[in-house]
Design a protein around this ligand. Structure first.
Ligand code: GTP
Ligand code: MG
Length: 171
Protein backbone atom coordinates (compact mmCIF):
# COMPACT_ATOMS: atom_id res chain seq x y z
CA UNK A 1 0.00 0.00 0.00
CA UNK A 2 0.87 3.66 0.14
CA UNK A 3 3.63 4.55 2.60
CA UNK A 4 2.36 6.27 5.69
CA UNK A 5 3.61 9.71 6.62
CA UNK A 6 6.02 9.55 9.57
CA UNK A 7 5.29 12.04 12.34
CA UNK A 8 6.69 12.62 15.82
CA UNK A 9 4.49 13.37 18.79
CA UNK A 10 5.65 14.35 22.22
CA UNK A 11 3.66 12.93 25.14
CA UNK A 12 3.97 15.05 28.28
CA UNK A 13 2.14 15.70 31.55
CA UNK A 14 2.81 15.15 35.24
CA UNK A 15 3.89 11.79 36.62
CA UNK A 16 1.01 9.39 37.22
CA UNK A 17 -1.31 11.21 34.78
CA UNK A 18 -1.52 8.12 32.57
CA UNK A 19 0.73 8.95 29.58
CA UNK A 20 2.21 5.48 29.18
CA UNK A 21 -1.21 3.88 29.63
CA UNK A 22 -2.61 6.13 26.88
CA UNK A 23 0.24 5.36 24.45
CA UNK A 24 -0.02 1.65 25.23
CA UNK A 25 -3.70 1.71 24.18
CA UNK A 26 -2.80 3.28 20.84
CA UNK A 27 -0.62 0.32 19.95
CA UNK A 28 -1.88 -2.88 18.30
CA UNK A 29 -3.19 -5.37 20.83
CA UNK A 30 -0.30 -7.77 20.22
CA UNK A 31 2.28 -5.04 20.87
CA UNK A 32 0.80 -3.84 24.16
CA UNK A 33 2.48 -4.45 27.51
CA UNK A 34 0.50 -5.77 30.47
CA UNK A 35 2.42 -4.14 33.29
CA UNK A 36 2.93 -0.39 33.12
CA UNK A 37 5.56 1.08 35.41
CA UNK A 38 6.58 4.71 35.95
CA UNK A 39 8.67 5.83 32.98
CA UNK A 40 12.36 6.46 33.60
CA UNK A 41 13.60 9.26 31.36
CA UNK A 42 11.51 8.53 28.29
CA UNK A 43 10.42 5.74 26.01
CA UNK A 44 9.95 5.69 22.22
CA UNK A 45 6.80 3.96 21.00
CA UNK A 46 5.20 3.50 17.58
CA UNK A 47 1.56 3.40 16.57
CA UNK A 48 -0.50 4.13 13.49
CA UNK A 49 -3.71 5.93 12.73
CA UNK A 50 -5.18 6.49 9.24
CA UNK A 51 -2.39 7.65 6.92
CA UNK A 52 -0.01 8.53 9.75
CA UNK A 53 2.72 6.50 11.37
CA UNK A 54 3.35 8.04 14.77
CA UNK A 55 6.58 7.92 16.72
CA UNK A 56 5.63 8.88 20.28
CA UNK A 57 8.19 10.19 22.73
CA UNK A 58 6.58 9.11 25.99
CA UNK A 59 8.32 11.31 28.55
CA UNK A 60 8.56 10.78 32.28
CA UNK A 61 6.48 13.32 34.17
CA UNK A 62 8.49 13.02 37.35
CA UNK A 63 9.98 16.33 38.55
CA UNK A 64 13.53 15.12 38.15
CA UNK A 65 13.01 14.30 34.45
CA UNK A 66 10.81 17.20 33.29
CA UNK A 67 13.89 19.08 32.04
CA UNK A 68 14.15 16.46 29.30
CA UNK A 69 10.90 17.50 27.64
CA UNK A 70 12.29 20.61 25.95
CA UNK A 71 14.93 18.68 24.03
CA UNK A 72 12.16 17.10 21.94
CA UNK A 73 10.16 20.27 21.20
CA UNK A 74 12.07 21.10 18.02
CA UNK A 75 11.30 17.92 16.11
CA UNK A 76 7.69 17.27 17.09
CA UNK A 77 4.66 17.65 14.83
CA UNK A 78 2.20 17.58 17.69
CA UNK A 79 1.91 17.34 21.46
CA UNK A 80 -0.24 15.06 23.58
CA UNK A 81 -0.61 16.57 27.05
CA UNK A 82 -2.11 14.14 29.56
CA UNK A 83 -3.76 15.42 32.74
CA UNK A 84 -5.07 13.41 35.68
CA UNK A 85 -8.46 15.08 35.92
CA UNK A 86 -8.93 13.75 39.45
CA UNK A 87 -5.68 15.30 40.72
CA UNK A 88 -7.20 18.66 41.64
CA UNK A 89 -4.33 19.60 43.97
CA UNK A 90 -1.76 19.48 41.21
CA UNK A 91 -3.74 21.34 38.52
CA UNK A 92 -1.67 24.45 39.36
CA UNK A 93 1.51 22.44 38.75
CA UNK A 94 0.07 21.29 35.43
CA UNK A 95 -0.56 24.94 34.53
CA UNK A 96 3.02 25.89 35.45
CA UNK A 97 4.44 23.15 33.25
CA UNK A 98 2.06 23.97 30.38
CA UNK A 99 2.94 27.68 30.54
CA UNK A 100 6.66 26.84 30.44
CA UNK A 101 6.07 24.65 27.41
CA UNK A 102 3.99 27.31 25.59
CA UNK A 103 6.62 30.00 26.27
CA UNK A 104 9.52 27.88 25.05
CA UNK A 105 11.18 29.30 21.89
CA UNK A 106 10.91 25.95 20.08
CA UNK A 107 7.16 25.79 20.73
CA UNK A 108 5.92 29.38 20.62
CA UNK A 109 7.29 29.81 17.10
CA UNK A 110 5.38 26.77 15.78
CA UNK A 111 1.72 26.24 14.97
CA UNK A 112 1.69 22.63 16.13
CA UNK A 113 -1.53 21.07 17.46
CA UNK A 114 -1.87 20.25 21.16
CA UNK A 115 -4.17 17.45 22.22
CA UNK A 116 -5.12 17.42 25.89
CA UNK A 117 -6.51 14.34 27.59
CA UNK A 118 -8.47 14.95 30.79
CA UNK A 119 -7.63 11.40 31.79
CA UNK A 120 -9.00 9.21 34.62
CA UNK A 121 -12.53 10.39 33.87
CA UNK A 122 -13.72 7.23 35.66
CA UNK A 123 -12.54 8.64 38.98
CA UNK A 124 -15.41 10.21 40.92
CA UNK A 125 -13.22 13.22 41.80
CA UNK A 126 -12.60 13.92 38.10
CA UNK A 127 -13.06 17.46 36.79
CA UNK A 128 -14.89 17.89 33.48
CA UNK A 129 -12.90 18.88 30.41
CA UNK A 130 -14.59 22.30 30.55
CA UNK A 131 -13.33 22.84 34.11
CA UNK A 132 -9.83 21.68 33.22
CA UNK A 133 -9.75 23.95 30.16
CA UNK A 134 -10.80 26.89 32.37
CA UNK A 135 -8.29 26.01 35.11
CA UNK A 136 -5.45 25.84 32.62
CA UNK A 137 -6.54 28.92 30.66
CA UNK A 138 -6.63 27.04 27.37
CA UNK A 139 -8.74 29.80 25.80
CA UNK A 140 -5.54 31.92 25.84
CA UNK A 141 -3.92 29.59 23.30
CA UNK A 142 -4.75 31.51 20.15
CA UNK A 143 -1.91 30.61 17.81
CA UNK A 144 -2.18 26.83 17.86
CA UNK A 145 -5.01 24.40 17.34
CA UNK A 146 -5.89 22.59 20.55
CA UNK A 147 -8.48 20.10 21.66
CA UNK A 148 -9.40 18.47 24.96
CA UNK A 149 -10.93 15.02 25.33
CA UNK A 150 -11.99 13.30 28.53
CA UNK A 151 -10.49 9.84 28.65
CA UNK A 152 -10.22 6.63 30.55
CA UNK A 153 -6.94 5.09 29.42
CA UNK A 154 -7.76 1.83 31.22
CA UNK A 155 -10.76 1.14 28.96
CA UNK A 156 -9.69 3.34 26.05
CA UNK A 157 -12.82 5.51 26.27
CA UNK A 158 -12.24 8.94 24.69
CA UNK A 159 -8.82 8.08 23.26
CA UNK A 160 -9.91 7.49 19.67
CA UNK A 161 -11.76 10.80 19.55
CA UNK A 162 -8.53 12.53 20.56
CA UNK A 163 -6.21 10.75 18.15
CA UNK A 164 -8.65 11.29 15.26
CA UNK A 165 -8.51 15.03 15.94
CA UNK A 166 -4.71 14.98 16.08
CA UNK A 167 -4.46 13.00 12.85
CA UNK A 168 -6.79 15.45 11.12
CA UNK A 169 -4.61 18.37 12.27
CA UNK A 170 -1.29 16.88 11.20
CA UNK A 171 -2.04 15.11 7.92
P1 GTP B 1 5.14 8.64 34.53
O1 GTP B 1 5.72 7.71 33.52
O2 GTP B 1 5.66 8.41 35.92
O3 GTP B 1 5.27 10.09 34.14
O4 GTP B 1 3.55 8.34 34.63
P2 GTP B 1 2.50 8.18 33.44
O5 GTP B 1 1.88 9.50 33.16
O6 GTP B 1 3.10 7.46 32.29
O7 GTP B 1 1.35 7.30 34.11
P3 GTP B 1 1.07 5.73 33.90
O8 GTP B 1 0.58 5.47 32.52
O9 GTP B 1 2.23 4.98 34.37
O10 GTP B 1 -0.19 5.54 34.88
C1 GTP B 1 -0.13 5.84 36.25
C2 GTP B 1 -1.21 5.07 36.98
O11 GTP B 1 -2.50 5.56 36.61
C3 GTP B 1 -1.23 3.57 36.65
O12 GTP B 1 -1.53 2.86 37.83
C4 GTP B 1 -2.37 3.44 35.66
O13 GTP B 1 -2.98 2.17 35.67
C5 GTP B 1 -3.34 4.49 36.17
N1 GTP B 1 -4.23 5.03 35.13
C6 GTP B 1 -3.89 5.46 33.89
N2 GTP B 1 -4.96 5.91 33.23
C7 GTP B 1 -6.02 5.77 34.04
C8 GTP B 1 -7.43 6.07 33.92
O14 GTP B 1 -7.93 6.58 32.92
N3 GTP B 1 -8.19 5.79 35.01
C9 GTP B 1 -7.69 5.25 36.16
N4 GTP B 1 -8.53 5.01 37.15
N5 GTP B 1 -6.38 4.96 36.31
C10 GTP B 1 -5.56 5.21 35.27
MG1 MG C 1 4.99 6.82 31.87
Amino acid sequence: GVRKKEVNVLVVGLNNSGKTTVVNKFKNEEERVNEIVPTVGFSVEKFQNKNLSFTAFDMSGHGRYRDLWEHYYKDCHGIIFVIDSSDRLRLVVVKEELDLLLQHPDICSKKIPILFFGNKMDNKEALSSVKIAAGLGLDKILDKPWHISSSNALTGEGLQDGVEWLTQQIR
